[in-house]
Ligand binder design. Structure first.
Ligand code: IMP
Ligand code: MG
Length: 197
């Protein structure tokens, strides 16, 4: 595809993302969580239910640090449709394993209003797991609108829009190895280059 055509579907590469959590900080945090899970679960088998797509990088790094038997189940849930506002949740559980009578750990990238974790937890509880706990990489402060809290979070962050390490903006930036902040000017520039459909 000629580069002039490509620029209409790919953002300008110079969009600036300011680093909030470095690769090393992320790895230290994940190691800390893995140790905590090893203490809390011991050798009990765990079924990880990863909310796609944002949690996939965390999932890959976390499960390789755990030694108990692990099953991985995927659950698609999206609350953000293209932008940064939390909308309705769409779910797809066609890649779910049977979790009846299993100890489950729900994994998500970020806890924002809490809607996703609340709705997905309700759905999983109806599948009658033996237990259900939740993990998030990031806990965004001051945004919560639902009473459910994650059982584990790795980092608390201020109320800013972040990308990288699995988190996206309009399905981009998930592959950044760090977590970075996109400021309003970056988001606006992105929109100018790529008007929403
Ligand atoms: P909640 O349902 O409002 O808690 O939002 C959780 C979901 O919104 C996460 O799984 C993310 O996909 C998305 N989200 C919330 N905040 C951010 C952010 O700062 N960057 C990228 N995605 C976010
Ligand atoms: Mg997400």
């Amino acid at each position: 595809m000629p580069s002039s055509d490509r620029s209409s579907i790919w953002p300008q590469q110079e969009t600036i993302v300011k680093i909030l959590l470095t690769e090393q900080e992320l790895q230290v945090g994940i190691e800390r969580l893995a140790k905590q899970l090893s203490v809390d679960f011991g050798e009990r088998p765990i079924t990880m239910v990863a909310i796609m797509t944002g949690s996939l990088v965390l999932l890959a790094d976390l499960i390789r640090r755990l030694e108990m038997p692990i099953r991985v189940s995927l659950f698609q849930a999206s609350s953000y449709r293209g932008g940064t506002e939390s909308g309705q949740i769409e779910v797809n559980d066609s890649a779910m394993l049977d979790i009846k009578d299993r100890d489950c750990l729900l994994v998500d990238d970020i806890f924002d209003t809490g809607k996703t974790l609340t709705r997905v937890s309700e759905r999983l509880l109806s599948m009658k797991p033996a237990s259900l706990k939740s993990i998030v990489l990031l806990y965004k402060e001051g945004r919560q609108e639902f009473p459910l809290e994650p059982d584990y979070f790795i980092f608390k962050i201020p109320d800013q829009f972040v990308v990288g390490y699995g988190l996206d903006y309009q399905d981009l930036y998930r592959n950044l190895p760090y977590v970075g902040v996109m400021e309003q000017a970056d988001l606006d520039a992105h929109h100018l280059a790529h008007p929403p459909a």
